[in-house]
Design a binder for this molecule. Structure first.
Ligand SMILES: [Zn+2]
Ligand SMILES: [Zn+2]
Length: 319
């Protein structure tokens, strides 16, 4: 391997992409990730010519790589705009670190591609009255048996949607990568949740009132390659995105999928690719009209009377 050469230019290779058989030098590795994102944006029509894009930037590798690449691409389109939002969940020790990392990545993106990226923050504390840590502790004390990831996921998603509307975004770009998508597909298969499975994809099947559409530009980039990209660019990053992940079903799938993928390169990639081919059929089959209306408590869109976020908070006596 050490004396192998880049498939594209013949210079010494530094990365072997097992699932395609390509060997790549640093330059061509970096370019290939950007191309991967461009291909996804083009093929799946993730953006329109005048989108105002909000990148949910957490300080983790995925969203930093997303922010960096998307800013570069966005610079080529005169009528689009892009800005970053960082959610501060208020988990001890993360608060300052998170915003600081995102600020550094923004500086690097601006340095390399020009332009400016506005950076906004929103916190659980100011929006919900409690930090995630306080909410989880309260839930445990009350013996609710709700996983921390549920609070984090539901409350983050709502705050992201609220902020996107407040800041006038027309699209929200998230850092979901190939591994996340393969896990989500198998998770929903394993749970027998066809409706949710039908909604897995690079962008929403159809736009629903009150929701700013969420798109996933990194959907075909493996987690490992994002890590390598981030390392090569010298991005600072948070040590751990979530300290609860190890105990969840997603955590178990992640370990198993990585093991299989090492033995059979491309396994994760093919799960997502195959899913993409059957997704239109699934979507049609589960095309019962989803009726969305404003939540009676907070006004955010929901299929029931009260949205999931308000339900969770209500159960804890937080209003
Ligand atoms: Zn090369
Ligand atoms: Zn609500």
């Amino acid at each position: 391997m050490s004396n192998a050469t880049c498939t594209k230019c013949g210079r010494p290779a530094f990365y072997f992409r097992a699932y395609t058989g390509e060997r790549l030098c640093i330059k061509h590795f970096l370019e290939s990730i950007e191309e991967n994102v461009r291909r996804n944006i083009g093929k799946n029509k993730l953006f329109t010519w005048n989108d105002k894009i909000m990148v949910a930037a957490s300080g983790g590798k995925d969203s930093s790589v997303l922010l960096y690449i998307l800013h570069k691409i966005e610079q080529e389109f005169p009528h689009t705009e892009l800005f970053a939002l960082t959610i501060d969940e208020g988990v001890q020790g993360y608060t300052e670190q998170r915003a600081e990392i995102v600020r550094k990545v923004i500086k690097m993106a601006e340095r390399d591609a020009g332009g400016r990226i506005e950076h906004y923050t929103a916190s659980f504390k100011e929006r919900y009255g409690y930090t995630l840590q306080e909410i989880v502790e309260r839930s445990m004390k009350m013996g609710k048996g709700v996983s921390p990831c549920t609070y984090c996921g539901v409350l983050r998603r709502r705050l992201i949607n609220v902020m996107a509307k407040e800041l006038g975004a027309t699209k929200v770009a998230t850092g979901h990568n190939l591994d996340d998508e393969a896990q989500t597909i198998l998770l929903n298969l394993g749970r027998g949740d066809i409706h949710r499975l039908a909604r897995v994809g690079p962008k929403p099947i159809r736009e629903l009132p009150g929701f700013v559409p969420r798109v996933k530009p990194l959907r075909y980039v493996p987690e490992e390659e994002i890590a390598v990209f981030s390392y090569l660019k010298g991005f600072p990053f948070m040590r751990s995105e979530c300290r609860y992940i190890g105990t969840s079903m997603r955590g178990h799938l992640r370990v198993s999928l990585n093991r299989i993928d090492r033995l059979h390169p491309g396994f994760k990639y093919r799960i997502v690719q195959t899913f993409d081919q059957i997704q239109p059929i699934l979507a049609e089959k589960s095309a019962h009209d989803v009726k969305v209306r404003p939540c009676k408590k907070c006004g955010e869109p929901t299929t029931g009377e009260i949205c999931r976020a308000c339900q969770l908070l209500e159960e804890l006596g937080i209003d």
